[in-house]
Design a protein around this ligand. Structure first.
Ligand SMILES: Cc1cc2nc3c(=O)[nH]c(=O)nc-3n(C[C@H](O)[C@H](O)[C@H](O)COP(=O)(O)O)c2cc1C
Length: 395
């Protein structure tokens, strides 16, 4: 197998010396590394050190004769891009789209199809500065994986957040991102909106947070995720393919199309309306005291997913929200869904557990009516689903 290629970008932080150790570890682990150093980074550690450790010339100049297209070519060459340490100045310039030097121009030419990791290092005031704070959120939203700095003694003598993540932890994060992807997973999430007329709709209270939490966990664990989310649903923060739906019909069509692609698993967490009205054109006038809306039953999408999928070994995970029933009723509902959908796992949660409380509540997973695991909250559920898929859908 060919070596994975890492584009290691270094900016002008006092922590630059720590990256020599990381670079040496990467080379020993058989990664091919090219170093890009900002002009200010070279004030801290010289080009000779970077070249000596990586075995390749150091890239620093956007205007280098004979290598004018480095800002495009280096992105194409790399399997993973890493900025470590990332200064406040770099972070703020990258987030605002300023491309004045080789590093920020490389960022502008990055298409987010490959992992982009960034490890900030700076004085705690610089880290907590509102501009830096905002820029890091923006970069995260764009799909940059921020390797959060640690709290501790800083080079300036202060104590606080801003200390570069330990090189061995950065190394572990790089390894995790370069592991071969386990498989492709499709996640549906959020609630459908069934139009009554052109301006009104019937919907439900689903937020999409459970689906987004599962998506982010799977992305971190190396799955290739497609997230089919309701327009208003929470979205994963990690890099994945995002598709939107609004109504039952939209979701039905998207699922039929998507399942013509080879997915190894579908996690159907969307709250799909059981009934839809026949929508009227325009806006229904609001003068009358009464308005009758007739609703038609929708077919259960979850029962058709396996039939639509071109993968006959599809892993299917279905969700059942029960509503304050007895344990016996809950199990019966799980059993019916499991049989009709032939889901491999049915994840059950109950309305009574979250109607009065905060955002967290427990889940229980069943297979053929037998308990497989219990999860205390969304994050726990996401991890357990990920473990299940790794075990059940090996590479
Ligand atoms: C001794 C010294 C140490 C510095 N350490 C940091 C640092 O750890 N983090 C940071 O964001 N800026 C630090 N700076 C400021 C940056 O070097 C400065 O903002 C520079 O313009 C960053 O350039 P670059 O992002 O293009 O590499 C330091 C400056 C000096 C003089």
């Amino acid at each position: 197998m060919s070596k994975s290629k890492i584009l290691l970008q270094v900016t002008g932080s006092i922590a630059a010396y720590k990256v020599c150790e990381l670079l040496s570890t990467l080379v020993k682990a058989d990664y091919e590394v090219k170093v890009v150093a900002s002009e200010n980074a070279l004030r801290f550690v010289g080009a000779a050190t970077w070249e000596g450790l990586s075995g390749s010339p150091v890239y620093s100049d956007l205007w280098q004769q004979g290598r004018m297209m480095d800002h495009i070519e280096l992105n194409r060459w790399a399997d993973l891009i890493l900025v470590v340490p990332a200064t406040a100045s770099y972070i703020n310039r990258a987030a605002s789209g300023t491309g004045g030097d080789l590093l920020t121009t490389l960022f502008l030419a990055h298409d987010f199809k490959k992992p982009f990791l960034l490890a900030p290092a700076m004085n705690q005031a610089m880290y907590q500065h509102p501009v830096t704070h905002k820029s890091l959120s923006l970069l995260r939203e764009m799909g940059v994986e921020i390797l959060d700095p640690e709290n501790g003694n800083l080079a300036c003598g202060e104590i606080g957040p801003g200390r570069l993540m330990e090189p061995e932890n950065i190394f572990a994060r790089i390894q995790a991102r370069l592991q071969p992807r386990h498989s492709r997973v499709l996640i549906t999430s959020g609630g459908t909106v069934e139009p009554i007329d052109d301006v009104r709709g019937i919907t439900n209270i689903s937020t999409g947070v459970t689906g987004a939490t599962i998506a982010d966990q799977l992305i971190r664990d190396g799955f290739d995720v497609t997230y089919l989310g309701a327009k208003t649903a929470a979205k994963p923060t990690g890099p994945c393919r995002l598709l939107n739906f609004s109504s039952f019909k939209d979701l039905q069509m998207l699922l039929q199309n998507e399942l013509q692609e080879k997915y190894s698993a579908v996690i159907h967490a969307a709250a799909v309306s059981d009934y839809s009205p026949t929508p009227l054109n325009g806006k229904i006038p609001s003068q009358s005291e009464h308005l009758n809306i007739e609703l038609q039953k929708n077919p259960k999408l979850v029962n058709q997913l396996r039939g639509w999928s071109i993968n006959k070994d599809l892993r299917l995970i279905a969700f059942k929200l029960t509503s304050s029933d007895s344990a016996q009723h809950r199990l019966a509902a799980v059993d019916t869904l499991g049989k009709n959908s032939t889901a491999d796992l049915v994840i059950q949660n109950d309305f009574s557990d979250f109607k009065n409380g905060g955002p967290e509540h427990p889940f229980a997973a069943y297979r053929n009516s037998q308990s497989v695991f219990a999860a205390k909250n969304k994050a726990d559920l996401a991890q357990k689903i990920s473990h299940y898929l790794v075990k059940e859908s090996p590479l």
